[in-house]
Design a protein around this ligand. Structure first.
Ligand code: GLN
Length: 381
């Protein structure tokens, strides 16, 4: 089955279709990971995007039951150089082709992904249309121009209901903006009592869960598309220890008065070098983001930059100067790795314990009264 990918700049790639038949549009982005295609295609942060892998051999170890980052893939298409449909791995349960057929995702192989990536690096990410149909190119162009990028991906990927993963240690409320399951895994591995809540849960609803700390998840799209999430965070900063990851980092920055902007082609891969400014240490990190916190917007806020990207010097980590809260743009829960940054979850738990030591439990009623006072003051602002 023939398939084609047309980019906004008119470049047309022709290749072999796999997975579902049909057509779909999305933002075309590239990921440089050598392994981990199952984690990439099931990471909700790619919702609405057509992803190309720069590594040339994809599908060779199949799809297994363990490595999903979400219950289903949300990508709008997958572009590879060579698609291997006879997996060779003891964990493989079925093929990429079957997964894509089940979820209606169109794949294309035999594409010069190196050329595609160079185009995206030069022009920046763009819209594309991927099809297995026989439409005329003019028709594809019209459909592509008429299409618009999604703005509601957080609502599409966030859990609709509250659920918990009980543990006997700290109670963490994980706000799910389109969370990867890796975050829940890291918290539960540490014995945390995790309550996962939908993206639009109010500050009061979160308070009622009496968290010891709040974890902000990754998620798809532009952080400015979820202003209500920023509002909620504004109310919670200072009240609870907070750790934010990726979209959570960007939302936290917006809530603290900083600004975000879109990167030309983003950071997506498993080997992005990040420098921790305090120690001068370099960490190799997994990344997947198209937006970043604007450096100039930090001045005048209560934020301090803790990490930067060694390649392009963009902000990779922040902490609040007054309150127990820190965030990173990259993925400490990365799967299949690197694991360099998983210590950040331990740091979060240390921060919570220290916060508890410094703020011995006040009676529950006093806590609620305080929260209510906070809300009233907020409402009067
Ligand atoms: N992985 C993420 O959370 C990505 C954050 C945001 N959607 C971005 O692209 O920048």
């Amino acid at each position: 089955m023939q398939a084609r990918l047309l980019l906004e700049d008119g470049t047309l790639f022709t290749g072999q279709g796999f997975g579902a038949e049909g057509a779909s549009t999305g933002e075309v982005v590239f990921n440089t990971g050598i392994t981990g295609y199952q984690e990439v295609l099931s990471d909700p942060s790619y919702c609405g995007q057509i992803v190309t892998m720069t590594f040339p051999l994809i599908g060779n170890y199949g799809i297994n039951r363990d490595d999903f980052e979400a219950i289903r893939p949300y990508i709008h298409g997958f572009v590879v150089r060579r698609h291997e449909d006879v997996p060779s791995n003891w964990r493989a349960q079925y093929t990429l082709d079957r997964l894509f057929k089940e979820y209606g995702i169109v794949g294309i192989s035999e594409v010069d992904t190196r050329m595609l990536t160079r185009i995206l690096r030069q022009h920046g990410t763009m819209k594309g249309i991927l099809t297995t149909g026989s439409e005329r190119v003019e028709e594809l162009k019209e459909r592509l121009n008429a299409s618009s990028l999604l703005r509601d991906q957080v609502a599409r990927t966030s859990t609709k209901t509250v659920f918990s993963s009980p543990g006997n240690r700290e109670r963490i409320v994980l706000i799910d903006y389109g969370a990867k399951s890796g975050i829940l895994r890291e918290l539960t591995q540490r014995g945390c009592d995790v309550v996962v809540v939908p993206h639009d849960t109010t500050a009061d609803e979160i308070r009622r869960l009496s968290p010891d700390g709040i974890q902000l998840s990754n998620g798809p799209g532009d952080p400015k598309d979820v202003p209500q999430a920023v509002e909620t965070l504004r109310r919670l900063i200072g009240e609870y220890p907070i750790f934010g990851i990726c979209l959570g980092h960007q939302l936290f920055a917006l809530a603290c008065g900083a600004d975000t902007e879109k990167l030309k082609f983003g950071h997506r891969g498993g080997n992005h070098p990040v420098k921790e400014l305090e120690s001068g240490r370099c960490y190799i990190t997994s990344q997947n983001h198209g937006y970043t916190v604007k450096e100039q917007s930090i001045a005048g806020t209560d934020l301090e930059v803790t990490h930067i990207n060694n390649n392009d010097k963009t902000i990779e980590g922040l902490k609040h100067k007054k309150f127990p809260a820190f965030t990173v743009q990259y993925h400490p829960e990365a799967a299949p790795g690197p694991f360099d940054s998983s210590y950040l979850f331990d740091r979060f738990l240390d921060m919570i314990r220290e916060h508890k030591r410094n703020n011995p439990q006040r009676p529950r009623q006093a806590q609620l009264a305080e929260a209510l006072r906070g809300e009233l003051q907020y409402a009067q602002k």
